[in-house]
Design a protein around this ligand. Structure first.
Ligand code: C5P
Length: 224
């Protein structure tokens, strides 16, 4: 299928404690954003990539992505979901859309293949996810433990997440209009009553969030 990828890249990356947004930190000779987008562009089923960047972004123009005819840039928004919606609007009448965080440069094509296979046969799309490994605790407001949460059915939601474009656009619009909290695309579909499928992805598909993650991402990329 011809899939359009939307990459939210309009965050500031506060937790990274760097003086530039984390998607523009470099690993080897490329920025994190370039690693991420190149992986998507190198997949045969992905026909275009729409990147949401913040207004006043001074770094994108310096990347090699500028000159790729399959890449389009849109203006991101206040929250991640706003940035994603800008991208979805630009996706027009594309049948399928895949949303992938700019900050996940270690995505592999095997995971993409598995996600696409499941999403195109699912009624409400699919997401990459990883089973929780540790014992999970719910905290009280004083740093104490309220309870242990059974981890049997708990998964980390990763990206990419893939849906019929119109379904996701409608779901996200309605969630945002109603000020509902959506921290990933599947949650918008869930709020609209849908049930996306979980596809187990590899644990190396980390989101670069804290300074330490940069070394780990560099390691994973060096093993390719
Ligand atoms: O902050 P967090 O790690 O959850 O961000 C996930 C992705 O969403 C990052 O790639 C970030 O650039 C993007 N984002 C965005 N617009 C925002 C906030 C985050 O595109 N307003």
């Amino acid at each position: 299928p011809g899939i359009v990828a939307v990459v939210p890249a309009a965050g500031v990356g506060k937790r990274m404690q760097a003086n530039i947004p984390k998607q523009y930190l470099t690993i080897g000779d490329k920025t994190i954003l370039e690693h991420t987008v190149n992986c998507l562009l190198q997949h045969a089923d992905i026909v275009a990539v729409i990147i949401a960047i913040s207004d006043g972004d001074e770094y994108f123009a310096e990347t090699g992505l500028q000159d790729d005819s399959r890449v389009t840039v849109v203006s991101g928004g206040k929250e991640r979901a706003d940035s994603v919606l800008s991208g979805l609007i630009a996706a027009g009448d594309a049948k399928w859309v895949m949303v992938h965080d700019a900050a996940r440069p270690c995505l592999q094509h095997g995971d993409l293949d598995a996600l696409i296979d499941t999403a195109i046969t699912s009624e409400h799309g699919a997401i990459l996810a990883a089973p929780v490994r540790d014992t999970m605790k719910r905290a009280d407001s004083h740093g104490g433990i309220n309870e242990t949460v059974c981890r049997e059915q708990l998964w980390h939601a990763l990206t990419p997440q893939m849906f019929p474009t119109e379904m996701l656009r409608d779901a996200l619009k309605s969630a945002l209009e109603n000020s509902l909290l959506v921290t990933d695309e599947a949650s918008a579909i869930e709020l609209a009553g849908g049930k996306p499928k979980l596809v187990q992805g590899s644990a190396s598909n980390i989101k670069v969030t804290q300074p330490d993650d940069l070394n780990l991402a560099a390691y994973y990329l060096s093993t390719r």
